[in-house]
Design a protein around this ligand. Sequence first.
Ligand code: FE2
Ligand code: FE2
Length: 258
Amino acid sequence: MRAFAVSDLHVDYAENLRWVEGLSTQEYTQDVLILPGDLSADPLLQARCLSALRKRFQAVFFVPGNHDVWVRKADMRDSWQRLEDLDALCQSEGVDTRVRRLNGCWFVPLLGWYDFSFGQPSANLRRRWADFRHCRWPDGMDEMEVNLRLLERNEGPPAHGLVEEPVITFSHYLPRPDALPAFVDPERYWLLPVLGCHGLEQHIRHWKSRCHVFGHSHLNARRQLDGVLYINNAFGYPSETKHVRKRLLPLPLERLEA
Ligand SMILES: [Fe+2]
Ligand SMILES: [Fe+2]
């Protein structure tokens, strides 16, 4: 069994969808794929993408991203409902959204959102960040509450049985600002407030994860920080060619052994 990761497939773009549907139907049947969010804003394309990948891999693990819960059609109630609908879609497609142990390795999805714990958004960011227009939360929920409610849903490690087996955690959002690639100065990066939250990092440490895969920034990174390997391997938009890789990334399972 190999484990691969790719985030931010954004199959709203036809060429991204073509890449997904062009993946080999034979090569990965014994393998696992981790998909840390941002498939599409369109539920039909989400279904098509998940179905295509599920046919190709032994198991597909998914956590939703911000684009996955945009509310852009009259028949969509709100972003929370979109999260629920997406989870139901994953269950019907056989896509994993819960903790699962496979071949002696734990795969741990971590839900979350950004909560401005990395910094407060500037007026410019408030104006330009599309989620502020396309995400709609019920009952006046703000980003902090969305994040808290999602973090609460995350499963903790079992009281017995984790032993020394490798754990791979994954989230759409960044668990710490320094998981950005080294060429980015987090202090000066204007998008930092909407990139993640510190709460995710606590879950990673609680699980004693040795590898955390994330997406969202479209800035690929591979950083060893405090004993955890943080990996971002985004597919990204067609116009993005510099800081993303248009390929599946194999995860170093053998290096995660105790
Ligand atoms: Fe994305
Ligand atoms: Fe995202």
